[in-house]
Design a protein around this ligand. Structure first.
Ligand SMILES: [Zn+2]
Length: 713
């Protein structure tokens, strides 16, 4: 404790020296003082764009000084003077980063975009310098080697392990030539990944299907309008007269999914569907200057070499070592268990579509580019569900009532909206969350409506994480969505997909809100990527439960409860096209695993590698892997290599977990809810996820419930 007191004094003194010249500026920067607000919500109306950069700079300087003082501490390394000191370091940086990165995602502007461009590479450098610092590593290793003699509890052991493993996984044990080679490989991979992404972007933007009015048969008016606007936009951007002419009174479709899927679904022009879909699946494989084939085989090869340096057989072995799945064998086992039922179901779906083609008197066999068009016809016949008919029961306020009721019935939480706290945008709302005994649990911010300053999609994040290290610190959790705002006198009305999204993000939110651990870096959603989607996906199950729907799904005008018949239709429709959806997803997961279980750094022929990978599982020609190798961005230019399986891994858990509630005949079973809260939500990353899961469930998960949920049994 004494050493920490010294560190703090040292930092405060140094900051005064370093920043004495700008003292008056400092006084005005809200990040430099503690927030004197209710629940320590950042004082958004005082925070100006110009506060961020100086606070980032100062935050990095302070953090470096803190790290230096850990290094300079001559006392024998202890859990307290190394691990806890690391845990406490970087306060200001965390504080400014939390506000900045939330707002730059949900309410950005040109200033913030500029700051982000400037600060992101600096932060990467800053954190890399710490996570690769050999002097810190020496101290951490000293503790790790003596872990059994340090008298640590389980959470402390886990924190030490996480710290140690992170250093080792970053190559800290390497020496001499190996260390240099390791750094070169990383550099090389990151350059190739950037090249991969740029090529893919060029390929996606490089194809356009320019159509006349006569080519639009089957397309709904809103799809036509968007394609018309795209043509106008391109004409306006064109610099040459001939290009402007090219788009005049035309309609443009592209291999972007948002443009392609509606076209594939509705266009009755089979020849054009084929053209567009082939352009999509050939991206990066056109033997032009944007070709990705050599790049991916090079990346795969370098990853094998890097894994070998770190003592692993393959990149997948390395990557999975710190995940819930642990080994490639465990991932393959799951994928194979699901593959046969998914493929069998997909073949049935194919037959249903072929029947329609035959009935319509056509003389062709359904091909991959027909799947969306004919599955839509099947959907209409078998599950016809009118979105507009459903939406009236799901105003945003009703959906919010749905998530809060779920949290109340499961955990006794109550939500109290606070009107007089200034947030970063008038659309954002804030609630105090109280436990069943009335004590404060945390704060929940909901920012639900779409707007131009918000990036797409939906997500959960935190403005402040939970910890108990220096007193009871409760979290500020945020959900951001892109739902339609109220319009022409109607409230915001959600599709059921939107409602499911709200439950999903709120599931992450509960993970962040209910967590109760000592150390911030293990709190809430700080868990492995194949576990993190479990609490979010499991909450989705409640959304469609008739018992809950009767509470929250009420007509926004009449208050009438959603009819039973409509509920049944919705549940049935959930199983539509699941064979295809699962097969294309699983195929991509196999492909990912095959690339990353390579044990040789020999350069592969990309096309034949992919072909044999998919032949091995018997993928049919009518289905293309959800991502082909040359545009599989998840695994070649973002962090999901040997990780695309994670979604289905978590799905096994969420189906199995919800099944426990169903089996008990009480979807709010108090005993199960208590266990779920204690062992999953409160525990965060303090223990191995499988251990936590078994504590909650009393047994290992099985895939039976997932097969049932997806209609694959
Ligand atoms: Zn999620």
């Amino acid at each position: 404790m004494l050493s920490n007191g010294l560190i703090k004094t040292f930092i405060i003194l140094s900051s005064v020296l370093v920043f004495a010249c700008s003292e008056s500026e400092d006084m005005k920067n809200p990040f430099y003082t503690s927030y004197e607000t209710d629940f320590e919500v950042p004082p958004f109306s005082d925070i100006k764009d110009e506060h961020f950069l100086p606070a980032f700079e100062k935050g990095m300087k302070e953090h470096n000084l803190e790290i230096q003082s850990i290094i300079d501490n001559d006392n024998t390394p202890s859990f307290e003077n190394v691990i806890v000191a690391l845990e406490r370091s970087g306060d200001l940086l965390n504080k400014v980063g939390a506000v900045f990165f939330n707002i730059s995602q949900s309410n950005t502007n040109k200033n913030l975009e500029n700051i982000e461009r400037k600060i992101s590479p600096r932060l990467t450098q800053h954190y890399d310098a710490i996570s690769l610092n050999p002097k810190i590593f020496r101290k951490v290793k000293n503790l790790w080697d003596n872990i059994d003699h340090l008298n640590l509890n389980n959470e402390q052991k886990k924190l030490l392990e996480e710290n140690y493993k992170q250093f080792v996984r970053n190559g800290s044990l390497l020496k001499g030539e190996d260390k240099k080679r390791y750094a070169d490989i990383n550099q090389n991979i990151s350059e190739l990944s950037v090249q991969f992404a740029q090529n893919l972007l060029a390929e996606t933007n490089g194809f356009e299907l320019i159509l006349d009015e006569g080519d639009l048969s089957g397309l709904p008016q809103d799809v036509i309008d968007l394609a018309g606007q795209e043509a106008i936009r391109r004409a306006e951007e064109a610099t040459k007269e001939e290009n402007r002419k090219k788009y005049k009174e035309k309609y443009v479709f592209t291999p972007h999914r948002s443009s392609m899927y509606p076209f594939l679904t509705y266009s009755t022009r089979r020849d054009l569907r084929e053209q567009l879909y082939k352009a999509y699946i050939m991206r990066g494989d056109n033997n032009n200057q944007n070709d990705n084939k050599k790049i991916v085989s090079k990346i795969a090869s370098l990853r094998v070499e890097r894994a070998n340096l770190l003592g692993f057989k393959s990149h997948a072995h390395y990557s999975l070592d710190d995940k819930m799945a642990k080994t490639p064998e465990a991932v393959y086992e799951l994928l194979y268990q699901l593959w046969d039922p998914a493929l069998a179901r997909a073949k049935n779906e194919l037959q249903e579509m072929q029947d329609i083609v035959d009935r319509e008197g056509h003389n062709f066999e359904v091909a991959s580019w027909d799947w969306w068009h004919y599955s839509e016809k099947v959907r209409k016949e078998k599950y016809d569900l009118d979105e507009e008919e459903i939406k009236v029961y799901f105003s945003l306020d009703n959906a919010i009532k749905g998530i809060f009721t779920t949290a109340n019935k499961l955990f006794g939480l109550t939500f109290h909206e606070i009107e007089d706290i200034d947030l970063y945008h008038p659309d954002a709302r804030i609630w105090e969350v109280k436990d069943k005994d009335g004590s404060h649990i945390g704060t929940y911010i909901g920012d639900y409506f779409t707007r131009p300053s918000k990036r797409g999609g939906a997500w959960m994040s935190t403005f402040k994480d939970q910890s108990n290290l220096d007193g009871r610190e409760r979290p500020i959790v945020s959900n951001v969505c892109n739902f339609p705002p109220p319009s022409s006198g109607k409230p915001s009305l959600l599709s059921f997909e939107h409602v499911t999204t709200l439950f999903h993000e709120f599931g992450h939110g509960l993970h962040g809100l209910l967590t109760n651990v000592t150390y911030e870096s293990l709190s809430g959603t700080s868990v492995t990527r194949d576990f993190v989607e479990f609490p979010s996906q499991v909450l989705e199950h409640w959304a469609s439960e008739p018992e809950l729907l009767k509470v929250y799904a009420k007509h926004y005008e009449t208050g009438e409860t959603i009819p039973e018949e409509l509920i049944n239709k919705m549940v049935e429709a959930g199983k539509f096209n699941q064979g295809f959806a699962n097969a294309e997803y699983l195929a991509a997961s196999f492909l990912d695993m095959d690339w990353h279980t390579l044990e040789t750094s020999k350069i592969q022929d990309t096309v034949s590698f992919e072909k044999s990978s998919l032949e091995k599982i018997g993928l049919i020609d009518e289905i293309v892997s959800r991502y082909r190798t040359t545009y599989f961005q998840h695994i070649f230019s973002s962090g999901y290599s040997a990780g695309y399986y994670s979604y289905i891994w978590a799905a096994v858990l969420d189906s199995d977990a919800f099944d426990a509630f169903k089996q008990s005949s009480d979807i709010f079973n108090p005993k199960l809810a208590d266990n779920y809260r204690q062992f999953i939500l409160e525990a965060g990353g303090t223990e191995d996820p499988m251990v936590l899961y078994e504590k909650f469930r009393g047994q290992k998960p099985t895939i039976d419930a997932l097969l049932e949920d997806r209609g694959l049994n």
